[in-house]
Design a protein around this ligand. Structure first.
Ligand SMILES: [Cu+2]
Length: 502
């Protein structure tokens, strides 16, 4: 270890003493023996389709050396690479031709999570891509700039397929971030962070072996990864830095904060920019949610992005979400994790040095008087006698009915404003609705949390949430939209429904 690196780690430990910052995750034996070194943060490869209007993805199998030891390879899947996929840069408005090839031995799909596109190109469970074939949808895009994502969505296999790596990020852009005063240099002052917890065995291999408690709580890992890297470190310019955060965990709710107390200036929720930055101490990010935040590093001090313990302990922890406790330790069960130490490199050009006051986004403000109908949606978890012993005893459903491929829950009409009253049982459930961006009207009867006032496609239902939603595109009954819990083990278990729009 050279001197500057030793200083960096020592300084980090001092600034974030409460989080034992310089420690590594509990290393599997194989990696520990090899002497794991923290890598510099790497971005997913950027696949820019804003010029060509087309992109190709190829789902493939690979071997990933997450510990860099050469001795503990994990079998993984990815798009165009062994694990995860490239970051797609797409125009927020315009037609884009996609081609998704499947070289894997089983069916996959490519769902564009957050793209507001017709049901016939949404990529849900009714649009499997068989092994050895390709799917070529044309995506008619017309929505706000946002950070969205893509992942496989085969019913009953979403959890294992996404876990193995079939996911990636999409930046929807209108090319006007400079005018907004927002950082946009990919990997320099605009960092994309795919946050995932994964479980590693003693040999250092990534495993997915859900037992009944994992299915009930959502599968939790013992190691946190960023963009498929374990414990990376970032260097940023002395200025304003943008983080695009995706919770791509199967089941873990993140409570993101800077250990040194630096505010997170929220600029975008799932589906688009806010009017102005909103300073937060803690950002709760449930599976599938995205957020963009600005961090001010103009004072040159280093920082540490961290998450507290998973607050969504449900029946294991006495019901519902508990408040955030600063976990401090890396790794392990329901403890917190360090996510990313960030140090300032004065040699890097700082493009933006002041927080923008106005970023020109919008808050959804539907007129409740325009509501045509109210739907009541219950996210059900069953718990019968002996259930913890028998995986077949797991019961997940919506309004009492587990998902069936051949049953529609309802038929909606295009452009009608609907009011959904959603109740979650036993724990908090992140409900994702395809084909829309919606407004969170109330959470447990109160105005939504500041982080939930922007445009959303996923809402963490912790008790009761009410949303106002409108579907601009059609989805025929044979290619309907899904709505489902994004704790993937719940989704695969049947906490999913589907609807047509016509
Ligand atoms: Cu759930």
């Amino acid at each position: 270890m050279n001197d500057s690196r030793r200083h960096f780690l020592a300084g980090l430990a001092a600034t974030a003493a409460t989080t034992a910052a310089a420690t590594l995750p509990a290393l599997p034996h194989a990696a520990r023996a090899q002497g794991y070194r923290r890598p510099p943060l790497a971005m997913p490869p950027l696949l820019d389709a804003t010029g060509s209007g087309r992109f190709n993805l190829s789902a493939q199998a690979g071997q990933s050396d997450f510990w860099g030891s050469g001795k503990s390879l994990s079998s993984t899947w990815g798009f165009n690479q062994p694990y995860l996929g490239p970051t797609l840069r797409l125009p927020a408005r315009g037609e884009v031709s996609a081609r998704v090839e499947n070289t894997l031995p089983e069916e996959i799909s490519a769902h564009w999570h957050g793209l507001i596109v017709p049901g016939e190109v949404d990529g849900g469970p009714h649009q499997p891509i068989a092994p050895g074939t390709a799917w070529e949808p044309i995506l008619p895009l017309d929505q706000m700039p946002a950070t969205v994502w893509y992942h496989s969505h085969i019913h009953g296999k979403t959890a294992p397929q996404v876990y193995r790596g079939l996911a990636g990020v999409i930046h929807l852009t209108d090319g006007r971030d400079d005018a907004r005063g927002l950082p946009s240099a990919y990997g320099a002052d605009d960092l994309t962070l795919v946050i995932q917890d994964r479980r590693f065995d003693r040999r250092g291999q990534m495993i997915y072996d859900p037992a009944m408690p994992d299915i009930m709580m959502g599968f939790q890992g013992n190691v946190l990864m960023i963009n498929g890297q374990i414990a990376p470190v970032a260097r940023v310019p002395k200025g304003i830095v943008r983080l695009r955060l995706l919770n791509a965990c199967n089941g873990r709710v993140l409570t993101l904060h800077m250990a040194e107390g630096r505010p997170l200036h929220l600029i975008s929720t799932d589906s688009g920019l806010l009017p102005a930055p909103e300073a937060l101490e803690t950002l709760v990010l449930a599976p599938a949610e995205r957020a963009e935040v600005l961090l001010d590093f103009s004072d040159g001090t280093q920082g540490l992005l961290a998450t507290g313990p998973n607050p969504n302990r449900g029946m294991m922890g006495g019901g519902g979400m508990m408040g955030r406790r600063r976990g401090g330790m890396t790794g392990g069960g329901n403890g917190g994790f360090e996510i990313l130490p960030i140090s300032v490199d004065p040699a890097l050009p700082a493009r933006i040095t002041r927080l923008p006051e106005n970023i020109g986004g919008s808050l959804p403000a539907h007129d409740p008087a325009e509501v045509v109908l109210t739907r009541r949606i219950s996210l059900d978890m069953g718990m019968g006698p002996g259930m913890m012993m028998r995986p077949s005893g797991a019961r997940f459903a919506i309004n009492g009915q587990p998902f069936r491929m051949n049953r529609l829950n309802f038929a909606a009409r295009t452009d009608q404003l609907e009011h959904w009253v959603i109740r979650g049982h036993m724990m908090a459930h992140p409900l994702h609705v395809h084909g829309c961006a919606f407004q969170i009207l109330r959470e447990n009867g109160s105005p939504p949390l500041p982080q939930n006032r922007g445009w959303k496609d996923t809402v963490l239902v912790n008790g009761q949430a009410e949303i106002l939603v409108r579907f601009p595109h059609a989805a025929p009954s044979e290619l309907p939209y899904m709505f489902h819990c994004h704790i993937l083990e719940h989704e695969d278990g049947g906490m999913m429904g589907q609807f047509s729009v016509g």
